[in-house]
Design a protein around this ligand. Structure first.
Ligand SMILES: Nc1ncnc2c1ncn2[C@@H]1O[C@H](COP(=O)(O)OP(=O)(O)OP(=O)(O)O)[C@@H](O)[C@H]1O
Ligand SMILES: [Mg+2]
Length: 542
């Protein structure tokens, strides 16, 4: 199950759930105070009593009423909820440790059924969504609380303003884009993290120094262990060849602006780049960040399942939540097949976790309304679940083949220039002839090796030196001939070529790709969002 991906805020979502008489709601957030503040507002608006429970303090009424109730025992706390009168919302803080007790679980399940007949709802507020499977059917919804909005982050920054020297204060007043950039830099953090980052920048530089803020954000995002905030190191001009793919991307560089929305353009969802190793798929993903001037978050799919941090389901939600908070942003999923292979009918050894996580992911991919552009890269097409390749998931699937003559010309040119040499001094035609079936990565490797040789022998980088090192590299295309042909055949009908010229050397593989690799039909449904649908009297408030 995935959090709301539309523009509806978490507060709005809770309101809908309460009106729909969802009795037991699980809210996941590390930001207890922020969540409770929002719930308080909601309860004031809806004239509901809000009671918050913790093991140390028992119950405390914090909206529409007052008073405390000294019930620290979790079982008694649930009794208190059941006995409560009128319209009320109860929040249990950090209740998950008590769910190890079978009796508490039982009482909570009974409470969920009972409460449905009343005008009371119960929220379990926890930094984790960790509950025993018996409870799964009783929890009517899981809400992943949004990270702070731009307004909230701006408020946090402005709170610090009185501490700033007059020059900084003036800057904030006179240049509206200054604050916009500061806020942007801190998006994706919790409110406390944002406050800390601002404070640190202020102490260090007496301003909201963007570099300090971004550096801290990078650290914090990396600490989550799932995402990496990527620097714009690669320029778009570093990518050689692939004109079709590049045109597609250039055409969409303003596609996230409100001007594009007003014009009637849909929000681009994402692309999948598949193809031969070393042809620049990862490089393109990195370069799009610079082209579109958008933050690039790299997801390590393997880590979602590694079990080092959180549960897999929670991890994918964290990733989506962070990307949506940073949005407009690019979510780069490198080597997609490494995480999502085995979601089909075979190789399921994890009790369906991979399938569920994958289901959540594709549902989000298809339905998301936030400006998060997904670039997924893969080179093993037959490990990808077929559902992922269905229409509507990605805007386009591009196949990155080995570079043809012209593409090699530009790749050789790029790598010679990168070494601060003049490509005009090289015998380009010979080099192009010598690099048939070499990937961009192999061309780069040859340039680097030739540079070493030159340095060692006291010469400069030359065509001859390059031709020599090229001979020593056996391109993957030789050892992977069959796989590459199979991939080309696959791509012929399912993907667009990243380069307009293409190579057009498709041969029909024996028995066809589908037969060979047993691409599964139907494998897994979009199970995300499935509901439990048990009966019981409900009083909807419409
Ligand atoms: N089209 C290209 N233009 C310029 N350089 C390239 C190109 N393709 C590859 N390279 C060079 O090779 C390096 C490795 O390429 P990259 O990692 O992008 O390949 P990939 O397609 O992602 O491979 P894999 O499938 O193995 O992940 C790049 O950083 C770049 O230096
Ligand atoms: Mg790659």
């Amino acid at each position: 199950m995935i959090s709301d991906t539309s523009k509806r805020s978490s507060k709005g979502e809770i309101e809908d759930l309460i009106r729909a008489r969802y009795s037991l709601i699980w809210v996941t957030s590390p930001e207890e105070t922020r969540v409770e503040e929002s719930l308080k507002k909601l309860c004031v608006e809806r004239e509901m009593r809000l009671e918050v429970w913790s093991i140390t303090e028992g119950f405390k009424v914090i909206a529409n009423g007052q008073g405390t109730r000294d019930v620290k025992d979790p079982m008694k706390a649930l009794d208190h909820v059941l006995r409560g009168e009128g319209r009320a919302l109860y929040v249990l803080r950090d209740f998950h440790p008590f769910l190890k007790e079978p009796a508490v679980v039982r009482r909570l399940r009974d409470a969920a059924t009972e409460l449905r007949k009343t005008k009371k709802s119960l929220i379990v507020l926890s930094p984790l969504s960790k509950f025993p499977p018996e409870l799964e059917k009783s929890i009517s919804a899981i809400v992943d609380w949004d990270l702070p909005t731009r307004q909230e982050v701006e408020q946090a920054a402005r709170k610090l303003l009185p501490n700033a020297p007059p020059a900084t204060q003036q800057l904030v007043e006179s240049d509206p884009t200054y604050m916009e950039n500061v806020v942007e830099a801190a998006l994706g953090l919790t409110l406390v993290e944002a406050e800390n980052v601002f404070a640190k920048a202020m102490v260090r530089t007496h301003t909201f120094d963007l570099e300090t803020i971004l550096e801290e954000k990078k650290q914090i995002i990396r600490k989550s262990g799932l995402l990496e905030y990527y620097e714009h190191r690669e320029e778009f001009s570093d990518v050689g060849g692939m004109d079709t793919l590049k045109d597609w991307l250039v055409k969409r560089r303003n596609a996230f602006s409100s001007r594009a929305r007003d014009f009637g353009l849909p929000l681009p969802k994402g692309i999948l780049l598949i193809g031969v190793p070393g042809t620049g798929k990862s490089l393109t993903a990195k370069a799009v960040g610079a082209l579109w001037q958008m933050p690039l978050l790299r997801l390590d799919v393997g880590k979602i399942f590694a079990g080092l941090v959180g549960s897999s389901e929670e991890n994918i939600r964290t990733v989506i939540k962070t990307a949506e908070a940073v949005a407009p942003a690019i979510l780069w999923i490198d080597e997609l097949e490494k995480g999502f292979s085995g979601t089909g009918s075979s190789g399921q050894t994890d009790g369906g976790t991979t399938s569920r996580v994958f289901g959540s992911f594709i549902t989000w991919l298809q339905e998301k309304t936030t400006p998060v552009f997904v670039i997924a890269t893969a080179n093993n097409v037959h490990q990808l679940p077929p559902e992922l390749l269905r229409k509507g998931r990605f805007d386009e699937i591009f196949f990155c083949d080995l570079p043809d003559r012209e593409d090699r010309r530009s790749i050789i040119d790029i790598h010679i220039r990168k070494k601060k040499r003049d490509p005009g001094q090289f015998d380009m035609e010979k080099l192009i002839d010598a690099t048939v079936d070499y990937s961009g990565a192999e061309i780069e490797q040859a340039v680097v090796a030739a540079l070493y040789d030159a340095f060692d022998t006291g010469n400069d980088l030359s065509s001859d030196g390059l031709l020599h090192t090229l001979k020593e590299i056996v391109p993957l295309a030789i050892t992977m001939r069959e796989q590459i042909d199979t991939m080309r055949e696959w791509a012929r009908t399912r993907a667009r070529l990243s380069s307009s010229r293409g190579r057009g050397t498709q041969q029909k593989p024996q028995g066809g790709w589908m037969a060979k690799y047993g691409a599964t039909k139907g494998g897994l449904g979009d199970k995300a969002g499935e509901n439990t649908g048990d009966d019981g009297e409900r009083k909807l408030e419409l």
